[in-house]
Design a protein around this ligand. Structure first.
Ligand code: IPD
Ligand code: CA
Ligand code: CA
Length: 264
């Protein structure tokens, strides 16, 4: 498999899919809920995933697809080529704001990240990376992320971190908020990851993400030297949900050691 050909193909599929998403703004959205009242999906999330799957299966019949909306394959291993796709990351933003959402895609071979993409549809910003070939913001090479220190950092977390919750001891987070320069929450994990790899955030963390939220971002992170683990400082498993942190060097260890206390 020629990686450059695959890269060109994936980029063109992403751009066409994004055009279809934008065209949908003139039609009525069908909105449904999934696991709970605020877990939303629309007909456009589903149609976008089906669009990718139709093309990938036609042009790469041996490749498998893990997609959020469930139209892809039922995966129990990471053998061969696997496309890990979130057709719209930030569906709530897509519905309410018509901005701040992304197409997130990672292409893996035998569990190793080969190509990664995060496309901010409304800003026309494509962050992409190929293994060992660096990461790009549209056509401009992204430099390696710089070392960060906690006092001058902006951390991507949402409000659920500072109220009692079942995943982490929230007192440590209040301590963190008092120490950092600021916090931000954008409502799209993929976009938040893209902001760390391009230096706009110093770290981003989540108590629960799925493989499709992070697969593309993980390939990009590696190329710019950003550190990705779960909140227990262990490697991510792409076959299940994980806690998640991506951080610039210099900050990751301090966050997982001194501030994040996981509940058992
Ligand atoms: C969600 C977004 C959100 C994150 C959730 C994800 P979706 O993805 O990335 O920012 O906090 O955990 O599920 O449902 O919009 O694809
Ligand atoms: Ca998502
Ligand atoms: Ca989604």
């Amino acid at each position: 498999m020629n990686v450059h050909r695959l890269d060109k193909y994936a980029k063109s599929l992403i751009k066409v899919a994004a055009g279809r998403i934008k065209s949908s703004f003139t039609t009525d959205l069908l909105i449904e809920t999934k696991s709970e009242a605020n877990d939303l999906v629309t007909n456009i999330d589903k149609e976008t995933e089906q669009f990718f799957i139709h093309h990938i299966k036609r042009d790469f019949p041996n490749h498998r697809i893990l997609g959020e909306e469930g139209f892809g394959d039922d995966l129990h291993d990471l053998e061969g080529y696997i496309w890990i796709l979130d057709p719209i990351d930030g569906t709530m933003n897509f519905i309410h704001q018509k901005k701040n959402f992304a197409i997130s895609l990672g292409i893996y071979k035998d569990g190793i990240g080969v190509l990664g993409y995060i496309y901010n549809v409304m800003e026309d910003e494509l962050i992409s990376a190929a293994m060992d070939e660096g990461a790009y913001f549209n056509d401009v090479r992204i430099p390696a992320v710089k070392k960060a220190n906690i006092e001058q950092s902006i951390i991507g977390i949402n409000a659920s971190w500072v109220v009692p919750n079942k995943h982490i001891e929230h007192e440590g987070m209040i301590k963190l908020l008092q120490k950092v320069r600021g916090t931000r929450s954008y409502g799209s994990a993929a976009l938040e990851i893209s902001y760390v790899v391009t230096g706009k955030l110093d770290a981003y963390m989540s108590m629960r993400l799925s493989p499709w939220d992070i697969a593309g971002g993980m390939v990009i992170a590696k190329e710019v030297g950003a550190i990705v683990t779960n909140l227990a400082n262990e490697p991510i498993n792409l076959l299940e949900q994980n806690t998640f942190i991506i951080s610039k060097p210099g900050l990751h260890k301090e966050l997982v050691t001194n501030y994040i206390r996981l509940k058992q």
